[in-house]
Write a protein that binds this ligand. Structure first.
Ligand code: ADP
Ligand code: FBP
Length: 321
């Protein structure tokens, strides 16, 4: 099984560390750092660290592609990005002791033709059994049903699909004739999709059930420091792990998606999937960019993850009968 990632809207993440973020004030930065990012790029980077061969697809501005070129060369990621005129967006990540403030830009405007070029390139390469990770927002000008169209064509080729996006592209993708095999919204993204708050675990389990009823095999809802909920045909469970040293929260969700992909590649059962996904996310929190530490430490973290079974509606009904 080969692994492909798709990033229509990559980003250079510029992380600026401050004493304290105060709206309206003048700040002096302690430190500034840039790394190639965007959801599919981060997933590819973490998977490469785990030893998985990855091909990365998408659109990249040719004016500032150097950090991406360097990342792909350093990690042996096959670079299948289509270069377009202009500069890839630079997203600001403002870090202070209270946390990280993300300022994500729209991205380089494209037309439907460019999006179709990416779709055609992936579909030409994709083979039966390939795992394809579709991740991140869509840039301005890219039709909101871009993922829906791509998923339909990849399904026809017999690929397995993991989707991690938000807003209208997520809504369109989930209304498509062929749902993805896996989705990983965070709690807020799912609440926005469903148009209601999801404050408690039973709300999240019910929401995951709604998604699964449309044919999605595995629903993972990430909840920041509260861990994540994993729901599949095997049941439901929550997984969490306390973090050690925090280097950056940026890309934790992407690392989790990489862990889910790694678990799918080894055809892991639900508990192993939850352990690996959580270990990837927490391991990444200790790293500055979209990177994992040595394999042995990620594997050790997977053993430490607290996994708790959660009754689903179907199990409750069976118990009452
Ligand atoms: N402060 C934290 N403590 C422990 N785990 C965390 C923390 N922040 C993130 N994680 C882990 O990373 C995963 C993804 O983070 P989350 O913030 O939910 O994703 P996203 O970046 O997509 O919003 C969480 O499900 C959890 O496992
Ligand atoms: O494509 P989007 O939704 O605009 O998000 C892009 C941003 O998200 C990231 O991929 C990080 O995502 P997570 O923190 O959710 O894992 C950054 O690298 C990038 O700046």
């Amino acid at each position: 099984m080969r692994t492909l990632t798709v990033t229509f809207n990559p980003a250079i993440d510029q992380t600026v560390t401050l004493d304290r973020l105060e709206p309206g004030a003048v700040h002096r930065a302690h430190a500034v750092r840039q790394n190639a990012g965007g959801k599919g790029v981060n997933v590819a980077s973490c998977l490469a660290d785990w030893g998985v061969g990855v091909s990365a697809y998408g659109l990249l501005g040719s004016d500032n592609a150097a950090p991406f070129d360097a990342l792909f060369a350093a990690k042996g990621i096959e670079d299948r990005f289509i270069r377009i005129a202009g500069a890839t967006r630079v997203n600001l990540k403002l870090v202070d002791p209270a946390g990280t403030t993300d300022i994500n830009l729209d991205g380089l405007a494209v037309d439907a033709g460019r999006a179709e070029m990416v779709t055609a390139t992936i579909c030409d390469a994709a083979r039966e059994g390939d795992l394809v990770v579709l991740a991140g927002s869509l840039p301005p000008g890219c039709p909101p049903d871009t993922y829906a169209t791509l998923m339909e064509r990849l399904h026809a080729r017999g690929c397995r699909l993991i989707l991690d996006t938000s807003g209208l592209p997520l809504k369109c993708a989930l209304e498509a004739a062929q749902p993805p095999h896996v989705v990983k919204p965070n709690r807020d993204e799912l609440a926005q999709l469903l148009g209601r708050d999801l404050p408690d675990l039973p709300d999240l389990v019910a929401a995951a059930g709604t998604l699964r009823s449309s044919g999605i095999e595995l629903v993972v809802i990430s909840m920041g420091e509260e861990g994540a909920l994993f729901v599949s045909g095997e049941g439901a469970l929550t997984a969490r792990l306390a973090i050690g040293e925090l280097a950056s929260t940026v890309g934790a969700g992407d690392a989790m998606v990489a862990g889910i992909a790694a678990a799918l590649l080894e055809q892991a059962p639900l508990e192993r999937t939850a352990r690996l996904a959580t270990a990837f996310a927490v391991a990444k929190l200790g790293m500055a960019g979209p990177n994992l530490p040595a394999l042995a430490s990620v594997a050790a973290l997977a053993d430490e993850v607290s996994v708790t079974p959660v009754p689903t509606a179907a199990q409750k009904t069976a118990g009452e009968a």
